[in-house]
Design a protein around this ligand. Structure first.
Ligand code: DGT
Ligand code: CA
Ligand code: CA
Ligand code: ZN
Length: 606
């Protein structure tokens, strides 16, 4: 196990011990150990493990070092397995209910016998939770809300996490001798912000000459299915047939596998990429041409038999890849992220007939920097120099630092003096030539509840910042009018360069605050204020569904990782994926500009 995985196990041990009512010193030791591991460089950790010197560090007692050693070497820990087995799954599930920690869960178990989310919901409906000491009506209502969200959200996963699971599976499939081609399809391939399940499409290899004989296909399919179902993370095989299988991983994520002959691959990949709305529109288009489109192929509508039978009789048009499939229907290739049935087929038709065509969507390689990133000055985990070096390693021309402002006390927001010092440090770093990436001096400035910014106009003049990201971090519960007025006021402030994480949503955890986004977008366009596409995998905010129209109307985007550490810079990729889904081209995105172009925008907004 790597240090991150070990830290997660330690964190969980701490929680489990707390659930059992262990003494707080013991539980805290595990949680502190987990945090110390997270903060450690990977190289440093490896060096300690090799040299056996972890125990010399503060906070790593003998028992902890022993457990880390076992997890590092074997990936297993008997102590953890035993502990985990003592606690019912339902109680573990309670930990995921917002508003519930180990202490409250302990009280619910001991006083009400509640040992699962379902039992908790019942106890809340009966009013028994409100009656408990330390709970009350308000808590009970909150818990019911949290339970409802958990149900609605529980079945989906963040795109970023789903991809981390899918990538090694695609690679593993491609390495099998029986596999000719393998791709992930479904919502993952369409870059949807959350993913229900994974879908894998595999073309089995034809070993007997050009035409595939049924026997070879079924032999190869069996080998592929066996590999798929036998992956170490598979917790349950939920379906298993000759050419398909479904599994569930320990994380709860499920995955479908389909195996097809090579000549069917493009059709199956297209079908299982979806979306349903896109597929419906494509099928209608095929029908208008006397053809029937399905996962089996593109066959004549007329004649005896099902589409599958016709395809098996060799009546399908041939498509080596999806581009050829689209071409059969008079369409240019539609990138998967645009396949949502939102007008992409009409545009692909114009493109095929030499019209204005599909947009050249923004790519990760187009980005030359980003504006919203944190350092250890506020709540980041890496100091300025390390963030700058990491940006340099990514080939970025500039890196914007925007630490929190003074009202974000819990994030160690910077007052005027500390911010002035940071600006001076940034200017000095740029002048020193230590780093090819130029650092831009910004701030993530709180939008106060009344819409004012967190520093006075005089302070802004003195600070001489390159730009200001204005964000809401407090008073989330204002009503829609008040919140809208608040944000519009911040947008109208002459110092505001861009609006950070516009709705404050946390995917699968928290809805955004109530807001009239149309008014906010109008104000941003009118004031030439950029709206950020916050690329953090839990945010992806502003939502992709709003970008196409807003950008057409003149709204400028910045794809910002909101990185709190070096690894967080990589989140821009999630942001780019979502920007593509919003039909954004490089011209719509400020951070595709070179440094001179960015400076022109920051100074003159042009
Ligand atoms: P998800 O998994 O909920 O995030 O969303 P998808 O889009 O991955 O949906 P999924 O896994 O149920 O199916 C993958 C694709 O297969 C879907 O986008 C379109 C296609 N598909 C599946 N079932 C149907 C269906 O009943 N009708 C049509 N037209 N297409 C379907
Ligand atoms: Ca899916
Ligand atoms: Ca599926
Ligand atoms: Zn923020």
């Amino acid at each position: 196990m790597n240090k991150h995985e070990i830290a997660e196990v330690l964190e969980e041990i701490g929680l489990l011990l707390e659930l059992q009512g262990e003494n707080p010193f013991k539980t805290r030791a595990y949680q502190a150990g987990a945090r110390a591991l997270e903060a450690m460089e990977a190289d440093e950790f490896t060096a300690h493990m090799t040299a056996g010197t972890l125990g010399e560090l503060k906070g790593f007692g003998e028992a902890l070092v022993d457990k880390i050693g076992k997890l590092h070497a074997t990936g297993r820990l008997e102590f953890y397995d035993k502990l985990r087995a003592q606690i019912p799954d339902g109680v573990i599930a309670l930990l995921e209910v917002p508003g519930l920690g180990p202490k409250k869960i302990k009280a619910l178990r001991e006083q009400l016998g509640v040992e699962s989310p379902e039992a908790l919901a019942q106890a809340c409906r009966d009013g028994r939770v409100a009656a408990l000491a330390g709970f009350g009506e308000k808590t009970q209502t909150k818990l019911l809300e949290g339970l409802a969200n958990r149900e609605a959200y529980g079945k989906r996963h963040r795109w970023w996490d789903a991809r981390a699971v899918a990538q090694p599976i695609v690679h593993g499939l491609r390495l099998l001798p029986e596999v000719e081609r393998a791709e992930a399809a479904g919502s993952l391939r369409r870059n949807l912000e959350t993913v229900g399940d994974l879908d894998f499409i595999v073309a089995a290899r034809a070993t007997n000459g050009a035409t595939q004989d049924a026997e070879t296909l079924s032999k190869n399919a069996a080998a592929i299915t066996a590999w798929f179902c036998g992956q170490p993370d598979v917790k349950e095989v939920t379906a298993r047939g000759e050419t398909k299988a479904s599994v569930r991983f320990a994380s709860g994520l499920q995955a479908d596998l389909r195996i097809v002959p090579a000549e069917q691959f493009a059709f199956a990949l297209h079908h299982f990429t979806g979306s349903k709305d896109h597929n419906v529109a494509m099928r209608q288009r095929a029908l208008a041409r006397g053809l029937s489109l399905s996962e089996w192929g593109l066959v004549p509508e007329a004649g005896e038999g099902t589409a599958k039978e016709k395809a098996e009789r060799g009546l399908s048009l041939k498509a080596e890849n999806e581009a050829e499939l689209f071409a059969h229907l008079g369409l240019a290739f539609v990138p998967p992220e645009l396949r949502e049935g939102l007008g992409e087929i009409e545009v692909a038709e114009q493109a095929a007939s030499g019209g204005c065509g599909l947009p050249r969507l923004v790519e990760a390689g187009d980005l030359r920097g980003a504006f919203h990133n944190h350092t250890t000055e506020s709540d980041g985990k890496n100091p300025l120099i390390e963030m700058a070096m990491a940006a340099e390693a990514m080939g970025w021309e500039y890196l914007g630092i925007a630490d929190h402002s003074k009202s974000s006390v819990q994030a160690r927001g910077l007052d005027e003096a500390r911010l002035a010092a940071q600006v001076a440090t940034i200017r000095a770093l740029n002048a020193s030539g230590r780093c090819r990436t130029q650092v831009l001096a910004g701030v993530e400035c709180d939008i106060l509840p009344d819409g004012r910014l967190d520093y006075s106009d005089e302070a802004f003049v003195e600070l001489g910042l390159d730009y200001v990201v204005a964000s809401v971090h407090s008073a989330f519960t204002q009503d829609e009018d008040e919140m809208t007025r608040r944000i519009v006021r911040a947008i109208e402030h002459p110092r505001t360069t861009m609006l950070g994480h516009a709705t404050g949503r946390l995917l699968l955890r928290r809805e955004g605050y109530k807001l009239n986004l149309a008014k906010v977008i109008d104000a941003a366009i009118a004031n030439r204020v950029v709206i950020e596409l916050n690329a953090h995998p839990s945010r992806l905010d502003l939502d992709w569904r709003l970008w196409r129209r807003a950008a057409e109307r003149g709204l400028r985007c910045a794809i910002n990782p909101d990185a709190h550490d070096i690894a967080g810079l990589r989140h821009v990729e999630a942001g780019v994926r979502v920007a593509r889904k919003g039909w954004l081209t490089p011209e719509h995105v400020l951070n595709t500009r070179d440094l001179a172009g960015v400076r022109r925008w920051l100074e003159k907004r042009e």
